[in-house]
Design a protein around this ligand. Structure first.
Ligand code: TYD
Length: 212
């Protein structure tokens, strides 16, 4: 069982991921939670480079190859070994983030990005990808409130500091990419209440993995 969560900043993925883990464990399915960037030891260093607002001079290609390097380590050291042991994996972001942020967001070719991803993950694609869909205005507001509550500055991170136009391209890119890959994507209405959002997640997972 390999499930990925995708969506813009502030779409409520992390809350739903924790609830899904608890629910799956109640059903007897062991799961491990992980995320990108930063799911492996090397990845944690790459994450701090990628999200550091001081690194706003990275070229789009540098950014791309750092995300791909993070993903390759993550698959090799964390995801594949867990799946081989029969442990389910839930990842907060995965390869689709690259197609959408570096492709639809930054303007690199999504088809080439998909091929590079396939090399990085050695053909390992999720069974199910849940896209948390939300208007970027709402997502960005939520992300800023969360950062303030965490005690970090309101616009922490290179992506949260991006323009609304960028996040609108990302949101639309996700919807386009989900339509192209409709066999594995399910769209979650992330504007709903946390309980309603979780219910949509639970129903999709129960359906795809035939859990009663
Ligand atoms: P993070 O703080 O983990 O964001 P979130 O809580 O929204 O998941 O930061 C990850 C950022 O990196 C996020 O803005 C999306 C971006 N990203 C890419 O641009 N490409 C990628 O391949 C991945 C995995 C993330």
């Amino acid at each position: 069982m390999f499930i990925t969560f995708e969506g813009i900043e502030g779409s409520g993925k992390s809350t739903a991921i924790k609830r899904l883990k608890d629910w799956l464990q109640e059903k007897g399915q062991g799961v491990t939670l992980t995320r990108e960037p930063g799911g492996s030891r090397l990845g944690r260093t790459l994450r701090s480079i990628l999200l550091d607002i001081g690194n706003n001079d990275l070229t789009g290609e540098t950014e791309l190859f750092l995300y791909l390097a993070d993903r390759s380590q993550h698959v090799h050291q964390v995801i594949r070994p867990a799946l081989d042991e029969g442990v389910g994996v839930i990842s907060d972001r995965y390869a689709d983030s690259t197609v959408v942020y570096q492709g639809y967001g930054r303007g690199l070719d999504p088809k080439i990005l998909h091929q590079l991803n396939d090399v990085a993950v050695r053909g390992l694609w999720p069974d199910l990808t849940l896209l948390f869909d939300l208007e970027p205005e709402i997502g960005l507001k939520r992300a800023m409130t969360r950062n303030l509550q965490d005690g970090t500055c309101a616009s922490e991170g290179r992506f949260e500091a991006e323009s609304l136009a960028f996040h609108t391209r990302v949101r639309e890119g996700y919807l386009t990419w989900a339509a192209i890959n409709r066999d594995r994507f399910r769209i979650i209405d992330a504007a709903a209440t946390p309980d309603e959002v979780f219910e949509q997640v639970r129903a999709a997972v129960a359906d795809v993995f035939s859990i009663a």
